[in-house]
Design a protein around this ligand. Sequence first.
Ligand code: HEC
Length: 148
Amino acid sequence: MGKLKFVLIVTCGSILAFSFNVKYTGIQEPWKAPAAADTLVSPYLIEPLTLPQGQEIYTIYCASCHGHQGMSDGTATNNLKVKPLKFQDKKVSSQTNGAIFWKIREGRGEMPSFRDVLSDEQKWQMVEYIRDISKPYEEQLNPLKARH
Ligand code: HEC
């Protein structure tokens, strides 16, 4: 076999195997928001109803995959190819609010884009809510928090 043919076969094989992995086993690049996302800042005040309203939206739109306390133990989590990181994970908690907002807006793979589903105000409420449920239960500030 010629050298070129061999190289071609190996290259195509690797590309195929890689795409197969991405599609069927969920192996993929870590999800990083672009640097510009870090400059996004909420224009909304944090009010007494921010967390209870956030909880309402989160329960409807997010808990099935992320779990009520953000522990990736929702009713649908086991059906996902890519299991989301727990929100308590340093890899999530160390991100800026802007990056979290950006990810909720854009989505990736099985994580839906909430660009048109939630208003910007609701998306920022999600950021606050995720921060709150990432704290130990006793320290969470949501007056309506419920143990799950
Ligand atoms: C159908 C399942 C599903 C639903 C519903 C869902 N997510 Fe996700 N979410 C995912 C998956 C899967 C990932 C990981 C995506 C990746 O890394 O490619 C993710 C990632 C994230 C991340 C990024 C975490 C990181 O790795 O930095 C945030 C923030 C997030 N979701 C918030 C939300 C919020 C808020 C809602 C509801 C408004 C929501 N998600 C609804 C499946 C879901």
